[in-house]
Design a protein around this ligand. Structure first.
Ligand code: ADP
Length: 671
């Protein structure tokens, strides 16, 4: 019943006692008492007797075993070699355990195998030499043994882990003598484990305690553990600050037997923290100084960060500009909504947030200079010039936010914003506009009289009434007529400008079919020139726009008039009308092949009194007010006006106007 050929050599535990004589008639009840499986075989290897335990262990009924060869209870691969051993045993039988140090294996009826331990005894059964084998199922013991080995392995790994740690890990006895000390401790303090063992830690490491050693010991005793900072001295005399965790271990009777201690080197961290504290204190001081400086400024100054422009820092003047207290870290739009503040352009039209100077700076990194904004607060409004300068992204400005204890994102856009209160300037401008308005108004009547009389003189003389005029008199009258026409135009434009500025220009809107409308304006203007060919192009017969016809006629007339005027050598002027269905707009463009506008001046062309250099060089007269008025008028219709132009190649001006949303035919269309 063994798995190894070395059976015969395993005689170390053998004894040479003589076989016990027993009788088959009365032995069985005794065999059944045994906790082991007992099997008696005769010299031929045949099983002659088994106890009950054998049935339980191997799963055979007693009757199935009797008369069978002993090898039935072995895995088949051992049959041959076992038969040989058995024969050998009978030639020199003695009591002994079988296969000492070997893995013996039994086989159950169901074919499963299991570890066994066997001891053999010769016996005389009814005077014939037999062998009795006591077989013990070792499954449970083997499992336990394996578990014990695994535990040992685990302990070994844990010991290695302890050595791997950077922390100093040590065990000391109740009087603080070192029992063990890992590699981390060797590296941290400089003594090897052999040198440290038996030494009292506090004197070896010259421990400095937060309060006193007695306090730490008392805490350990009462709480069973202690945590805190200690200062130790290394072998080389240098100091090390450690974060220490200690635990008191008791034996089963509650007597302290050891203290486990883990010490982590935090010297570096402490130094860094100290440096950081110094830097922080300096920054706070500088910040306070900066605050004092900006508070002394008369204009509003503030710093914002992030794409939603949260406030970092503001001076005193800022709160009087806003008329409200903007909280640090509060996003701009939230601040405005909470306080009922609205931002509009200089003309009082609401600005979309994306056009606020502050948001342009943080969202698009633009530096916006001198943008006119109107801050409308409940009960008052303040015209301001805003400068918003995008600053390079900052990493370390969390110091600003210390009061709100915010640990905010590290990298965000920042902007410095200044507001200049231009109420006084606006008032002066208003007075000037008023003055210009009054003058223009007063000029109208005498100008009309002048122009009327000049016209009358020319027309009536041409009809032969009165004395015929000399050539120079007719020319002088024509000059007067031309100059007064220009003056009338100028006064009308000046009046429009003052109306626009004062918000007194009101639109009378009605649905107009833009196609015949444009044709009519073109036809009228065609009569003023023979050098130019005006053409209206469109694929649509009808495009209804919701407009003030008088004002849009003024716009179209101005644009076509310019196209004619700034093409002194003549040429085609093309008016194109189209529909942008999705955007619900009608588009009108006026294209000429004239002198064009120099690129460098494109950006300023919609300013008041703005004229391009080349227009003046060509000696073409004008006021530089038309485009300004046109753009204002178009924008007040909810449309847009812009142009594209190349010097000496020509210009195209584009106008868009909102289409009427109702179906065609719902309106009576004036032609
Ligand atoms: P004005 O024609 O009375 O000077 P506008 O405001 O209508 O005033 O035009 C402003 C300036 O824009 C003009 O002086 C001229 O320099 C330029 N401009 C306008 N329209 C054209 C055009 N079609 N071609 C070239 N320059 C133009």
């Amino acid at each position: 019943m063994m798995s190894d050929a070395r059976l015969s050599q395993n005689t170390s535990a053998s004894s040479l006692t003589a076989p016990i004589p027993i009788s088959s008639t009365n032995v069985l009840p005794f065999l059944d008492i045994s906790p082991d499986a007992l099997v008696i075989v005769n010299p031929a290897g045949t099983i002659v007797m088994v106890n009950r335990q054998t049935e339980t262990v191997f799963g055979y009924a007693r009757t199935e075993l009797l008369g069978q060869q002993l090898e039935l209870l072995l895995p088949e691969r051992f049959h041959e070699v076992h038969t040989a051993h058995r024969n050998q045993y009978f030639s020199a039988p003695r009591t002994r355990p079988m296969g000492v140090g070997l893995q013996l294996v039994g086989r159950r009826k169901d074919g499963t195998e299991f570890p066994v331990e066997i001891s053999l005894n010769p016996l005389l059964l009814d005077d014939v030499l037999h062998v009795i084998g006591a077989i013990r199922d070792m499954t449970a013991q083997r499992v336990a043994e394996r578990e014990r080995l695994q535990q040992l392995e685990q302990i070994r790994l844990q010991a290695e882990l302890i050595n791997l740690a950077h922390d100093a890990i040590l065990v000391r006895d109740p009087v603080s003598r070192v029992i063990s000390w890992n590699k981390g401790a060797e590296e941290l303090y400089g003594w090897t484990v052999q040198e440290a063992q038996g030494r009292v830690t506090h004197s070896l490491l010259k421990t400095r305690f937060p309060s006193s050693r007695a306090d730490v010991d008392a805490h350990l005793e009462h709480e069973g553990q202690w945590e805190g900072e200690l200062t130790h001295t290394r072998r080389d005399g240098s100091s090390v600050i450690v974060e220490s965790r200690q635990m008191l271990v008791h034996d089963e009777e509650g007597h302290p037997i050891a203290i486990l201690e883990i010490n982590r080197d935090i010297t570096e961290r402490r130094h860094l923290e100290q440096t950081e504290q110094v830097v922080h204190a300096e920054t706070v001081a500088r910040l306070a100084f900066l605050q004092q400086v900006i508070d002394a400024l008369p204009s509003s100054v503030y710093l914002v960060y992030g794409t939603d422009a949260r406030l970092l820092l503001a001076n005193r003047a800022a709160s009087s500009v806003w008329g409200a207290e903007w909280q640090v870290d509060q996003p701009m739009l939230e601040f405005l909504t909470r306080n009922g503040i609205e931002i509009t352009n200089a003309q009082g039209r609401p600005l979309p947030p994306s056009q606020f100077a502050t948001l342009r700076a943080v969202q698009r990194g633009e530096s916006v200079l001198q943008q006119q904004e109107l801050i409308r607060r409940p009960g008052s409004s303040l015209p301001v010039l805003v400068n918003a300068v995008a600053l390079p992204t900052q990493r370390r400005w969390s110091v600003f936010l210390q009061e709100t204890e915010q640990q905010t994102p590290v990298e965000e856009a920042m902007a410095l914003v200044m507001h200049q209160d231009v109420t006084a300037l606006k008032e002066a401008e208003y007075l000037k506009d008023e003055f210009v308005g009054i003058v223009a108004h007063e000029l109208r009547t005498p100008l009309a009289a002048l122009k009327g009389f000049a016209d009358m003189l020319l027309v009536q003389t041409a009809r032969g009434r009165g004395v015929a005029l000399a050539e120079w008199q007719r020319e002088a009258l024509e000059e007067i007529e031309l100059a007064t026409t220009r003056l009338v135009k100028l006064t009308e434009e000046l009046l429009d400008v003052t109306r626009l500025q004062a918000g007194r220009l009101h639109l009378q809107r009605t649905p107009i079919n833009m196609v015949p409308f444009a044709h009519r304006v073109a036809t009228l203007l065609q009569q003023t020139t023979t050098q130019h060919r005006l053409e209206v192009r469109t694929t649509q017969p009808e495009l209804l726009a919701d407009i003030d016809p008088g004002r849009i006629e003024q716009v179209l007339t101005n644009l076509i008039d310019n196209a004619i005027k700034y093409s002194p050598q003549g040429g085609p002027v093309t008016i194109t009308i189209w529909e942008e269905t999705a955007a619900r707009i009608v588009g009108i463009s006026v294209q000429d092949r004239g002198i064009g506008i120099p690129r460098r001046q494109h950006a300023q062309m919609f300013g008041r009194f703005m004229r391009a250099d080349n227009a003046q060089a060509w000696g073409i007269s004008g006021t530089g007010l038309g485009l300004y008025i046109c753009r204002e008028l178009v924008e007040r219709h909810g449309g847009q006006l812009w142009f594209d132009s190349e010097e000496d190649a020509g210009s195209t001006f584009f106008v868009t106007l909102p289409l009427v949303s109702t179906r065609q035919g719902d309106y009576e269309v004036p032609s």
